[in-house]
Ligand binder design. Structure first.
Ligand code: ADP
Ligand code: 5GP
Length: 190
């Protein structure tokens, strides 16, 4: 049986990554399974342990680092760690399933280096910084201060675009979804 492949999706917060991945997975045209990351941050309302993330204590996260359980992990925000567990990837890929990873820019670049041609990396970019700010405001989940923090971090994250296999600008949502889905379909050979 052929092994599955990895699809890495990274984007600054508010660029539409969750909307795009959610739409493609809901339609179910492609064989894709989501890699549930581990984090030591607290769950937000509506998030489910084991589905959104594996929510861990600081100590549990440290123990897993010591055990070598992570393919990669990053401190994405001060004191907040996120990591991809080997157990989320290995069996699925060996069974021939393709796995989607929603991870930050540094993690994305690292996983691509580790997996080479078995992984494809896609960066989802905003049409512009002012439009990104509008969308974050429209989402209504962050304070003005948090929005400015996210925009500041987005400007830094955008500098990683050249390290990705593909960049998709999320201007018109339907077009961005179509482009991401067709890149995925070409890559996994469907
Ligand atoms: P992320 O997961 O990257 O943080 P979201 O998927 O939550 O981003 O999208 C941020 C906000 O922008 C949401 O309110 C979403 O509905 C909206 N949005 C996403 N794509 C577009 C688009 N192409 N045009 C307008 N609004 C969009
Ligand atoms: P949030 O707290 O908003 O869910 O996620 C914050 C950031 O952490 C996002 O950029 C997300 O892509 C990233 N992230 C989530 N899981 C992982 C992971 O396993 N590894 C890395 N490096 N980043 C992750």
């Amino acid at each position: 049986m052929n092994k599955g492949k990895l699809i890495i999706i990274s984007a600054p917060s508010g660029c539409g990554k969750s909307t795009i991945i959610g739409d493609i997975m809901d339609r179910g045209e492609l064989d894709l399974q989501f890699s549930v990351s581990a984090t030591n941050r607290k769950p937000r309302p509506g998030e489910i342990d084991g589905v959104s993330y594996h929510f861990l204590t600081d100590q549990q996260f440290k123990d897993l680092i010591a055990e070598g359980a992570f393919v990669e992990y990053e401190q994405v925000y001060p004191g907040r760690y996120y990591g991809t567990l080997r157990s989320e990837i290995q069996n699925r890929v060996n069974e021939g399933h393709n796995v989607i990873l929603d991870i930050d820019v540094k993690g994305g670049v690292n996983v691509k280096k580790l997996f080479g041609s078995d992984a494809m990396s896609i960066f989802i970019a905003p049409p512009s910084i002012p439009e990104l700010r509008n969308r974050l405001k429209g989402r209504g989940s962050d304070t003005d201060e948090e929005i400015e923090q996210r925009v500041g971090r987005a400007e830094y994250e955008l500098t990683f675009q050249p390290e990705y296999d593909h960049v998709v600008v999320n201007d018109t949502l339907a077009e961005a979804i179509g482009r991401v889905e067709s890149l995925m379909a070409d890559f996994i050979g469907k």
